[in-house]
Design a protein around this ligand. Structure first.
Ligand code: CUA
Length: 191
């Protein structure tokens, strides 16, 4: 040990320690800043794309009155050209079990359930919703490709769940409109 300690080595060690602490402090601050940015971005994203509004329906009267009576189910073209698909989910089927829609046209789905919680997704498209008794599920989507897709129930709803599915036929828009002119409510259910 020196009688008179040299200041230089201690200064160098302290300098290294302070630099390391500052480096770690910056990394921690960076991680916290990243988490705050993620919270703000996801918050704004969900505020700008909120889940659809709540629309209720009396589940005991679904079949008796209102828009989900059987003759009103299927695909309708309004006088302003808007296309709406109305369907009812029940254990273990969808009514109608075959749905016709036009390609390259916004299509609004409106669905409700009469018993358990069901859900559906159309092929690999983004048409995807839960269907809950007492509520009307609605969304609007546009199908790009023509052809037929499966529309399975994707919420476990009982022992028949895996057999619960419908078909969706996407027709070219002009062919769809030609068929729509002949009838008020369209479906591809064989008669
Ligand atoms: Cu309906 Cu699963």
């Amino acid at each position: 040990m020196n009688a008179i300690p040299s200041a230089a080595p201690d200064d160098a060690a302290e300098h290294v320690a302070v630099a390391a602490e500052r480096r770690w402090a910056l990394i921690v601050v960076g991680i916290i800043a990243l988490l705050v940015v993620v919270m703000i971005v996801t918050g704004l994203h969900w505020a700008s794309m909120p889940p659809s509004r709540v629309e209720t329906i009396d589940v005991r009267r679904v079949h008796l009155e209102g828009e989900f009576v059987e003759p009103n189910l299927g695909t309708a073209v309004a006088s302003d050209g808007r296309v709406t698909v109305r369907l009812v989910a029940q254990q273990y089927s969808f009514t109608p079990p075959c749905i016709v829609v036009p390609a390259d046209t916004p299509v609004t789905f409106r669905a409700t359930s009469t018993d358990a919680i069901h859900g559906f997704i159309v092929g690999t498209t983004n048409a995807n919703t839960m269907v809950i008794p007492g509520f009307v599920a609605t969304f609007t989507t546009t199908f790009r490709d023509t052809g037929e897709m499966l529309m399975p129930c994707h919420e476990y709803c009982g022992i028949g769940h895996e057999a619960m599915w419908a078909r969706v036929q996407v027709l070219p828009a002009d062919e769809f409109l030609r068929r729509a002119r002949a009838t008020e409510r369209m479906s591809c259910v064989p008669r």
